[in-house]
Design a protein around this ligand. Structure first.
Ligand SMILES: N[C@@H](CCC(=O)N[C@@H](CS)C(=O)NCC(=O)O)C(=O)O
Length: 306
């Protein structure tokens, strides 16, 4: 059985790179109630954008809607439960791309920052969306991108994407043998390094929460909730078994910006659908039950693809 690994951390191509409040004349000024965020809460980059929006205190200034976690060949859509898109009236997210660029044929990815005034996409570049949400508006929240930490935040981002996410993917593809051992070793070393780093301070940069912590939290979530399902469990322990990382995960989970944007059901449905096809998405197999925190998470599984 081929191994279908979850949505990659490697972003698909970016077509729209408008910035809020930066280039004079860009027209995208930081005005409340002008912008809308389309996300999938099964997508780590979208989850980071949603958490950033909440941390920046923008929940009543920038509205948000969630696409259905299971997408078919037509891409992300607004089907059940989450209700139709109340802003653009879209059934398929592709319509937002086509409204922005006539006959658009490229990939349709989330997150998407939409401009209500011009009826077009500002950006589908997650890192830019997060940065602008956190810095362009008079938000009340923590300074997620402190000057002087930009390089450090970017370096941590690369560590999470390459040595945790991508390495876990490679191990999942290899399943066994040298490449598997090498890749799981990389994941293990990175988690060990982070366990040590966070044994010295509450957050990655001391006692201040930054965008690097938002990035690490979503990465840890997906390691436990998705990647581990493709690895021999004895090789990559549950986050719950990394005492410092688990305490860190809990500490952020206690914050509404993280807890309220966490949809394990969406992650489970999306993952199962990518493994076994949309038909399997309905299964209610529990995924890691964070409400049973403190390392007692049951041996829950979204179901191996094997
Ligand atoms: N352009 C985006 C890409 C983000 C991305 O890769 N999103 C994934 C979900 S995590 C996506 O929507 N992929 C297209 C698909 O799954 O249909 C970025 O750079 O952040």
């Amino acid at each position: 059985m081929p191994v279908h690994l979850p949505t990659s951390a490697a972003p698909c191509t970016v077509r729209f790179q408008g910035r809020i409040g930066r280039e004079p004349g860009s027209g995208f000024t930081a005005v409340p109630h002008r912008y809308h965020l389309y996300v999938s809460l099964a997508c780590p980059r979208s989850l980071r954008a949603a958490v950033t929006r909440s941390l920046a205190g923008l929940e009543d200034k920038v509205t948000l809607s969630v696409v259905t976690p299971v997408r078919d060949g037509r891409g992300w859509a607004f089907r059940t439960g989450e209700g139709p898109d109340s802003v653009g009236g879209f059934a398929q997210l592709r319509e937002a791309y086509e409204a922005t660029e006539h006959h658009y044929e490229g990939p349709v990815s989330v997150p998407v920052l939409w401009d209500r005034w011009s009826g077009r996409i500002v950006s589908n570049q997650a890192d830019d969306i997060m940065y602008d949400l956190a810095t362009a508006f008079e938000g009340a929240g923590p300074e997620l991108y402190p000057a002087g930490l930009a390089d450090g935040i970017a370096r941590y981002g690369a560590l999470f994407d390459d040595d945790v996410w991508e390495a876990a993917q490679q191990a999942g593809r290899a399943r066994r043998g040298d490449r598997y051992d090498e890749a799981t070793g990389t994941v293990f070393n990175a988690l060990g390094l982070l366990e040590h780093r966070l044994s010295q301070s509450p957050f990655l940069f001391g006692d201040r929460l930054t965008a690097a912590d938002v990035h690490l939290w979503t990465t840890l979530l997906h390691v436990d909730a998705v990647h581990r399902r493709h690895l021999w469990v004895e090789d990559v322990r549950r986050i719950g078994e990394h005492t410092v990382l688990w305490a860190y995960f809990e500490r952020l989970y206690e914050l509404p910006a993280f807890r309220d944007n966490l949809r394990l059901d969406h992650i489970a449905q999306h993952h199962r659908a990518s493994c076994r096809g949309p038909a399997a998405s309905g299964s209610t197999l529990p995924i890691v039950d964070w409400d049973r925190l403190a390392g007692t998470a049951p041996e829950a599984a979204a179901g191996d693809c094997g």
